[in-house]
Each structure stands twice: as C-alpha cells, then as structure tokens.
Design a protein around this ligand. Structure first.
Ligand code: IPD
Ligand code: CA
Ligand code: CA
Ligand code: CA
Length: 278
C-alpha cells in the first residue's frame, strides 16, 4: 500500500504545514520558557518548547501517515547512542529536530529552526527547514530540486577555500566532539575568507543550499540535525559527505557540506589537522 495514496495531502505538504504551524508557536514562546532542563551537561539544554514542538510535529505528521516511523531528538533516550542502526531500514522514517539552536532560543538570539526530513528505506526524499523568525521555508524533494518560497535555491560558486566563508559548530559534547571542532576551527581560520558559528547546524546547511555560506563542517552531529539540510544541499547542486569524503548516509555524524567546488580542499585541511573524528 502506497502511503502517498492513503492521504489526501502529499507528505511534502504535510511537512510544510507542520513546520509552519509549529514554527509560529515556537516564535510565540520566545522569551517565555516555562521549563529549562540540562541534558548531558550545562552546554546541552532542553525546554518545554522543544518537547511541545516535537509532540506537535509528531501529531501533525502521524495523523496523515500513521504507519510511518518517527525519530525526534527529544523522544530519544539519552542512553541510546545509535538510534539510526535500528531505523535505517524503516520503510518511511520521519527525522525531526523540533528546535535546532536551542541555546539560541533560550538566549533570545533569533537564530533557530525546525528541521523535518522523510527517508524511504534510508534514502532522503523530503527535507524541510523553517526559520520562524525570518519566515523562511526551505523545501527539497528528491529529484525535484530545492526551493525557498517557490524560488529555486542554488549553492554559491567559490572555487577555493581562500574565497570561502565556512560555518563551524561548537558541539555540546565536550570530551570527544568539541576538541575536534576546535582543532578544525584553528586549521580553517587562516585558510578561509572567514568562519561563522551561528549555533544551528540545520540553518547552516540551509544557508549552504541557498548560497549564503560556501560550506559547513562539524563533528558529532545527529541525523535530526542534518537530514533535511543534506537533501536541500544535494538538490541545490552542492555536496555532502562525511569528513573523510565518503558518501553521506543517515548514520554519518561528522560531516562536510559545501558548494562542491572546494569540497576536497576542505576535507584535506580537516584530515591534516586530525579533526575528522575518524
Ligand atoms: C545543536 C545545534 C548546534 C550544533 C550542535 C547541535 P540543538 O542542536 O545544531 O549548532 O553545534 O552540535 O546539537 O541541540 O540546538 O538542537
Ligand atoms: Ca539538543
Ligand atoms: Ca539539533
Ligand atoms: Ca533540537
């Protein structure tokens, strides 16, 4: 039975609607957080808004597609390290980060988004990233391109790292990921035009897709941070691999995402610095 047939709404329309509705609610709660908890460490926060947004998205999606599997950041037990192993074979799997950029949200720094992806037997087929503060909805469908409010998105054209602006991240995991990201940052800073670290992996990826950033590198991510953004970049003409240059797959946690032109150069700098995470 094809789930595309049992719902009157396409999964893309359902994802866009869920992102738009939930995004407006998240925006309305900026500066009005009722519960603030720490997860693994003081760098790793969760609020009632993260949890509420995930429940809202789950409901808005599964109402239309009750047979689909759903992986959301806040539904995953802290102890389970590799949720993807079990889920990569799911027929249809939604991969959702209800608020990417929680630290920004808590801080009132207006740079966070919702990330919703759909995978079919482990292959990404839909990616939606919504920034409620700027009302920017990025949408990608496998084989059909990527758009922002109806206009196709395309990656930038810089050919060399020296001409590139690269985003990086300060992963909250202090023992393994943070030191590697810092090493990567130190190696990249003198080789690039400039670096940016805005605190949202998904927004960085959407900006690479839209040509606003040349590339992005981070070690220690999870599938919900990157799934939607990966498809956006692929459908905008860019390239995403792991930090060793292997093809992207849903379990990849250390990634390099670029306009494609200086991809290899970026990977080389990361590998030479010992900052690939492998
Ligand atoms: C985090 C953000 C941040 C990145 C971290 C992620 P969260 O996600 O994307 O930019 O550096 O690795 O965990 O917790 O705000 O959804
Ligand atoms: Ca988080
Ligand atoms: Ca995230
Ligand atoms: Ca999150």
């Amino acid at each position: 039975q094809d789930p595309y047939m049992v719902s009157s709404k396409s999964p893309t329309a359902v994802a866009i609607n869920a992102a738009a509705k939930t995004g407006q609610w998240i925006k309305s709660r900026l500066g009005n957080i009722k519960e603030l908890d720490i997860k693994q460490s003081a760098q790793d926060l969760v609020t009632d808004v993260d949890k509420g947004a995930e429940l809202m998205i789950r409901k808005l999606i599964l109402t239309h597609f009750p047979d689909h599997a759903f992986l959301g950041e806040e539904g995953v037990e802290a102890a389970s390290t590799e949720p993807m192993d079990a889920l990569e074979d799911a027929e249809y799997l939604w991969i959702v980060d209800p608020v990417d950029g929680t630290t920004n949200f808590v801080q009132g720094f207006p740079y966070f988004c919702i990330s919703i992806a759909l995978a079919h037997h482990g292959e990404l087929i839909i990616g939606v990233i919504y920034d409620p503060m700027r009302d920017e909805m990025f949408v990608a469908e496998k084989g059909r391109g990527a758009y922002m409010h109806g206009t196709p998105t395309a990656v930038s054209s810089e050919d060399t790292l020296a001409d590139s602006v690269i985003a990086i991240g300060f992963n909250p995991e202090r023992d393994f990921a943070l030191p590697l990201n810092l090493k990567g940052m130190q190696a990249l800073a003198p080789r690039t035009r400039s670096l940016r670290a805005m605190g949202s992996a998904a927004m960085h990826l959407a900006y690479v897709a839209a040509g606003r950033l040349s590339g992005y590198y981070e070690v220690g991510l999870n599938s919900w941070d990157i799934a939607a953004g990966v498809l956006l970049i692929q459908e905008s003409g860019g390239k995403v691999t792991d930090t060793q240059g292997q093809a992207f797959h849903l379990g990849a946690r250390h990634i390099v995402a670029t306009n494609g032109h200086m991809h290899q150069e970026l990977i080389q700098v990361i590998e030479e610095a010992g900052a690939s995470g492998y």
